[in-house]
Design a protein around this ligand. Structure first.
Ligand code: SF4
Ligand code: SF4
Length: 129
């Protein structure tokens, strides 16, 4: 079975959540509702308490969309999993945030996207049989 960060993942959600960091106020409403505790606070670079925003550990996101529904600032989008990497690369935030965190953010999203595409292709092949 394909693996992400060393851990096998049985079936990926059809969609995953992305926080548009420039719209996020760090209000934490999404943290409160996430059933798997996969949303975390990122401190601001210059004024940690004032400029913080939230981000998501995509390896644990189950795609339930509760955070998207509860976000008062419309800062969260649900994205089809095979397209998640480009949305994460474009998530905004402080100028070098994504660049500095490329491995845990974009590389992980890319692995998940590839795995999802693989699972979709496998399911389609099974249907044809
Ligand atoms: S609910 Fe929305 S604005 Fe509030 S911390 Fe989460 S993503 Fe940011
Ligand atoms: S979609 Fe669900 S599991 Fe994923 S971050 Fe949002 S609340 Fe958490």
């Amino acid at each position: 079975m394909a693996k992400v960060a060393g851990k096998p993942r049985k079936k990926l959600p059809k969609e995953l959540a992305v926080i548009r960091a420039d719209n996020c106020t760090g209000c934490e409403a999404c943290i409160e509702v996430c059933p798997v505790d996969c949303i975390y606070k990122v401190p601001g670079e210059d004024q940690p308490s004032l400029q913080s925003f939230c981000d998501i550990d995509l390896e644990r996101c189950i795609g339930c969309s509760l955070c998207e529904r509860w976000c008062p600032w419309d800062a969260i989008d649900m994205v089809v999993t095979p397209e998640i990497a480009k949305h994460v690369a474009d998530k905004g935030g402080p100028p070098s945030y994504v660049e500095k965190n490329w491995e845990p953010l974009v590389s992980v999203a890319q692995s998940l996207a590839e795995l999802a595409a693989e699972q979709i292709a496998e399911a389609a092949a099974k249907k044809k049989k």
